[in-house]
Every structure is written in C-alpha cells, then in structure tokens.
Design a protein around this ligand. Structure first.
Ligand SMILES: Cc1cc2nc3c(=O)[nH]c(=O)nc-3n(C[C@H](O)[C@H](O)[C@H](O)COP(=O)(O)O)c2cc1C
Length: 190
C-alpha cells in the first residue's frame, strides 16, 4: 500500500474513534431485545431503542446484522422489548455476554412467553411485544421498525442508563432521599 493510502486509512480510523467518543457522551436507556420461539430463543442488550411515532405507536431499534437476535427477528417477524430497571444491570451484562449463547442467557431468570411466542423478561419496567413492520438494512446494522402488539407497564420507575462506557442507575426515590439528607427542600428539586 502506498503512503497516501495509509494516510487515508488512518484518517478514517481517527474519525471513527472520535465518533465513538462523541457517542459515549450520549446517555442511553438500557433495554433487552428478545427474539425467537420455543428452544430457539435469544436476546441482546441495546441502547438504540427509540420511539418512532406515538400515532400510530411505532418504535425502532438498530441491531447489528451479525447479532443472533437479528436473524431470529427477521425469521419470526416479532420481537420483545424489555426496558430494564436500575436493579437489573446483571441482566444487561448477561444479554451482552458473547460467551453465553441464545437460551443460555435466559437460564435462572424469570421470563414468560408473549402471545407471539417471543420471550419477555419479568420484572422489567415495561415489556412490549412488537410485530416487525419493516427492516431497513444499512451498513453493519438493520433498523427494525416495530408495531406494538401488546404492552405491560410496571409501577416501578427507577431506570438504567448507559453513559460514558458505564451503567448509571436512575433511582428517583433514592435521589430524593439523598437530597433530603443534605437538607435541600423537596419543592425545589421536583
Ligand atoms: C449497553 C450496551 C448497549 C448495546 N446496544 C446495542 C445496540 O443498540 N445494537 C447492537 O447491535 N448491539 C448493541 N450492543 C451489543 C450487543 O448487546 C452484543 O453484541 C450482544 O452480545 C449481541 O448478541 P449475540 O452475541 O447473541 O449476537 C450493546 C451492548 C451494550 C453493553
């Protein structure tokens, strides 16, 4: 490879590296996308879930086309969305652990099946079952548009985010307790 080519490759890598640094500044809500049926189930941790529109209710998630969940979603045309709470970091770690495969990720945890057959993780802040409306393949990822089929909302609020390469718990009640301890009037922080 000639010298100018090396410079081009280096410049591209540098832009990619800086892009990753930029994205680390963005806090993302942590979810587990679940997919498959019967013995053939899998799931993965994501932060790319977002609402597409409320009327009609549609959401989208960006999933690497090499991920086991991508194949399962494309085959079954359905998936589950499990929004994790502040006390569910262990689940996020389990569902992003490449050493655990498919149904191994569900061993020892509480889960149930939705009406479409997709697994759903109990005790999530919200569980949503989606039908696939569209899959848009771009570069390494597939943007999956989901049509809501059913949903279940927990009364719990405390959330789990991922920011700057680490999990951050948002526990509203604990935060208020902490503020009360340092004598800040609650009316000023709500
Ligand atoms: C906090 C966090 C967020 C992630 N978000 C995404 C995402 O939005 N899309 C994606 O394709 N992978 C994402 N991943 C990576 C997948 O969870 C991981 O590669 C997973 O092991 C893929 O499943 P597989 O091993 O069954 O293919 C994320 C990982 C972590 C730890």
């Amino acid at each position: 490879m000639s010298k100018p080519d090396i410079h081009l490759v280096d410049a591209e890598h540098e832009i990619e590296r800086q892009f990753r640094l930029v994205m680390r500044r963005l806090a993302g809500g942590v979810c587990v996308i679940t997919a498959g049926q019967g013995e053939d189930i899998t799931g993965m941790t994501v932060t790319s879930l977002t609402s597409l529109s409320a009327a009609p209710p549609r959401l989208l998630v960006s999933i690497n086309r090499l991920a086991s969940s991508f194949t399962a979603i494309a085959r079954h045309r359905a998936f589950g969305v499990n929004i994790l709470g502040s006390d569910q970091q262990a689940l996020a770690e389990r569902f992003s652990n490449g050493r655990l495969k498919g149904h191994e990720r569900f061993e020892g945890i509480a889960w149930t099946c939705g009406s479409s057959g997709v697994p759903l993780l109990e005790r999530s802040l919200a569980m949503v079952e989606c039908q696939v409306e569209e899959i848009i393949e771009r570069h390494s990822h597939g943007i999956i548009v989901g049509r809501l089929a059913s949903m279940e909302l927990s009364h719990r609020l405390s959330g789990l985010t991922y920011w700057n390469g680490q999990y951050v718990q948002i526990d509203h009640e604990a935060d208020l307790d902490l503020l009360a301890e340092v004598s800040i009037p609650l009316a000023h922080v709500r």
